[in-house]
Design a protein around this ligand. Structure first.
Ligand SMILES: [Zn+2]
Ligand SMILES: [Zn+2]
Length: 340
């Protein structure tokens, strides 16, 4: 038996033991997700910990101005909390929206009607029939989705072949989550979840916090190097190396923040921007037209203030609306704030 195979056996035995003690580690996907989360926390602790360990002037400053370090550590904790909140949040799955609709339908039915009109078995028994005698506010998921598309659209073209559910506009099946996600943006490996309708705002605030923390930490590293560059060379070299990696992360985070800021202002998703020509419902729409945009202010308001417990599904714009959006701006448009 070679050394490699002995090591492999020892590793698998250790993993088996761990899975026995912690059942959540038995699933490889869950294990890698937990590993990533642990790596993120360790990275944060290492960058900030080394700073407090080496930078004695910062410790002195903390004694004189405790609020400064308090605010910094508050940002540190808030960023980590925001990371875990975003990672644990639902992006808004199509199946959940369907369930919410069915629950809403059920609450509008009279108790006597429920026994007379059982739910359809289609789509795992989640779609309710349109027929009802109590009347108001009851609609099937299929009808709701079809109403969001131009008339004549076939249900078959809208049905996900993996989940067997009808996808509203902007929804996409994620192969990592194995579910259809509403307003799919991307699947974030770092967070271990999809970014979609319900957690895009949380994701943006997380990037915001991470950028601010990274920038502040960079400033503290530069301050350290300014004061201590002539002291122990290995400390200087280590701090310089950490500063370089922090600066690269900061550039990446700033670009990401700006990119998602642009998406929010124009009401687009990363998927729609990257795959614009391949998405059926965006074909034929001019490049510079943002079909779901309702104006800058409305887009920002909907993104930040729209209630996350309500599934705010968007229908496709009509040809007239697209034509109106593609009309060139005139002086009058600027005066009347057409873009807002
Ligand atoms: Zn699907
Ligand atoms: Zn996903």
């Amino acid at each position: 038996m070679t050394i490699m195979s002995m090591c492999r056996n020892a590793c698998s035995r250790a993993l088996d033991r761990c899975s026995h003690v912690f059942p959540c580690l038995a699933d490889p996907a869950r294990r890698s997700s937990l590993g990533l989360k642990a790596a993120l926390v360790i990275l944060h602790v290492v960058y900030v910990g080394i700073l407090f360990l080496f930078y004695s002037e910062l410790v002195e400053r903390t004694k004189k101005e405790p609020w400064y370090t308090f605010v910094y550590l508050l940002l540190f904790v808030a960023t980590l909390v925001q990371y875990f909140v975003t990672a644990g949040s639902s992006p808004g799955y199509v199946l959940d929206a369907m369930r919410a609709l069915n629950e809403s339908n059920a609450s509008h039915r009279k108790p006597s009607m429920i026994s007379k009109q059982p739910a359809s078995s289609k789509n795992g028994g989640l779609t309710l029939d349109m027929e009802n005698q109590s009347g108001r506010n009851i609609i099937s998921w299929t009808k709701l989705v079809l109403d969001m598309y131009p008339s004549g659209t076939s249900v078959r073209n809208l049905t996900c072949i993996y989940c067997n559910v009808e996808q509203p506009p902007r929804a996409k099946h994620c192969h990592d989550c194995d579910q259809c996600v509403l307003q799919f943006d991307h699947h974030c490996v770092w967070l271990g979840t999809c970014i979609g309708l319900r957690n895009h705002c949380r994701f943006w605030w997380y990037i915001c916090g991470e950028t601010a923390l990274c920038l502040w930490t960079c400033i503290l590293y530069i301050e350290y190097l300014k004061v201590n560059i002539t002291r122990a060379w290995w400390k200087g070299a280590l701090m310089m190396l950490l500063l370089i990696t922090l600066s690269i992360s900061l550039i990446f985070l700033l670009l990401l923040l700006l990119f998602h800021g642009y998406l929010i202002l124009t009401n687009q998703t990363t998927y729609e921007l990257v795959r614009r020509r391949r998405i059926q419902y965006l074909r034929g729409i001019p490049e510079r037209v943002y079909p779901f945009s309702k104006g800058l202010c409305h887009n920002v308001y909907n993104f930040c203030c729209a209630q996350t417990d309500i599934y705010n599904l968007e229908r496709l714009p009509t040809a007239v609306e697209v034509e109106e959006k593609s009309r060139p701006y005139t002086c009058l448009d600027f005066l009347t704030c057409r873009c807002c």
